[in-house]
Each structure stands twice: as structure tokens, then as C-alpha cells.
Design a binder for this molecule. Structure first.
Ligand SMILES: [Zn+2]
Length: 135
């Protein structure tokens, strides 16, 4: 990915071990070398927009020598001609047919694999709770 360019609407995830922070690129200033970023989930949270250095944004989670990055953010997804819907769980851009469909719901903002993952998690939580009540 030597032709990698940071551009608006891209999403990133932190490289720091054990810490998951996502970024959405809202603006880029090549002169100052800074990008305006927000939390891609900010419609649901109170995350304040801020700026970070473009040098903190990487095309992959590994360095050129193959070492795993432990700082900065690695590229996750960017919209294409067909995939313009941002899944609010994995923050990847999806095609309409890749989104979870539910009867009566016009627009879903979660993709099929994420919906399955969330459903499985909920099932486990409910089972654990039931086990706790049995004791
Ligand atoms: Zn997803």
C-alpha cells in the first residue's frame, strides 16, 4: 500500500494494545500536516472533534519492517462507489445488501456479521445471568 493517502471519510482504529479507539477523518490540512478527527460513533457519544498529526495515521498495523505498531492509528475503511454505509459497530463501509435487514426497519446501520456477533454476545449474557440466578 505504498500509494496510500489519508483522505476524508476514512475510518481508523488505534494500534495501542488493549485500547480500542476509532477515528473518522472529517478534514485534512496538508499545509499544517494535521487531520480533523471525530469518533465515527459520535452521533451516539459526546466525543469532541480534535486534530491529530497525519504522521499518526498508518496504512496498516505493521511497520515496513513487519513489526506490530503500538501507537498511532491504522486504516480501517473508506467509502467506495457502492459501499457508502458505515456500520456503527465495526466502522467499515458496507453496501446496502451487506447491512442487517429487519422487517419494519427502513434503514439499518449495522452489518450482517456484526449483528450476528451482537446477538451471540447478548445470548451469552442472558445465559450467564440465568446461571447466576440458578445458584
Ligand atoms: Zn459491522
Amino acid at each position: 500500500m505504498s500509494d496510500f493517502t489519508v483522505s476524508v471519510y476514512q475510518t481508523y482504529v488505534s494500534c495501542a494494545p488493549g485500547r480500542r479507539t476509532w477515528l473518522y477523518i472529517s478534514s485534512i490540512n496538508r499545509t499544517t500536516g494535521k487531520a480533523g478527527v471525530t469518533d465515527p460513533n459520535s452521533i451516539y457519544t459526546n466525543y469532541r472533534p480534535r486534530t491529530i498529526n497525519l504522521t499518526q495515521l498508518h496504512s496498516s498495523g505493521r511497520t515496513r519492517s513487519g513489526k506490530e505498531r503500538r501507537s498511532g492509528y491504522r486504516f480501517l475503511s473508506q467509502p467506495s462507489d457502492t459501499a457508502v454505509h458505515l456500520c456503527r459497530h465495526c466502522f467499515h463501509y458496507k453496501k446496502p445488501e451487506e447491512l442487517h435487514q429487519e422487517p419494519g426497519v427502513i434503514h439499518s446501520d449495522i452489518c450482517v456479521p456484526c449483528k450476528a456477533e451482537v446477538a451471540e454476545l447478548m445470548k451469552q449474557i442472558c445465559q450467564n445471568r440465568a446461571l447466576m440466578l440458578e445458584d
